[in-house]
Design a protein. Structure first.
Length: 150
């Protein structure tokens, strides 16, 4: 079940490879995520030594009265990957970005899908939009409509 998705990734980045990882959370963070709170906007993953951390993911407190005062909603969260996957990502990391795509639950475990991405240039974005519009026009012509309704 999807809890949070990062919808701007497909527009701003070219997704090369995806990985599934566990995420180290506190109990009230899990409860906040399952209730639909949280955001992946501006989040990314960084490799530090032999570990990988998620930076910039916002998880607000579920109940403000039950959370300690020093709680940081954008704290670094450790991602749980196999060592070979971390080494592979570290080798491929040069010039690329690791971006979270979605947070979901699988058998009562909170998982995160991360992707190795390349940033799109402005002209790449324009080309993508043109291709999408062409496909839309072809689909309308195939259905037998002369003009699009918009």
């Amino acid at each position: 079940m999807n809890l949070i998705t990062n919808q701007k990734v497909k527009y701003d980045f070219d997704v090369l490879e995806t990985f599934e990882a566990g995420i180290e959370l506190r109990g009230y963070e899990v409860k906040a995520l399952k209730s639909g709170m949280g955001s992946l906007k501006g989040a990314r993953a960084m490799i530090k030594g032999n570990e990988i951390f998620l930076i910039g993911m916002l998880i607000p407190p579920y109940q403000k009265s039950n959370v300690s005062e020093d709680y940081n909603p954008e704290r670094e969260r450790k991602l749980l990957l196999h060592r070979q996957e971390i080494i592979y990502l570290a080798q491929k990391f040069k010039g690329l970005t690791i971006i979270p795509l979605r947070v979901y639950t699988e058998k009562n475990n909170v998982k995160i899908e991360i992707a190795l991405c390349r940033s799109l240039k402005k002209y790449d974005k324009r080309r993508k939009i043109k291709e999408r519009e062409k496909k839309r026009e072809i689909e309308w012509e195939r259905k037998g409509f002369d003009k699009q309704p918009f």
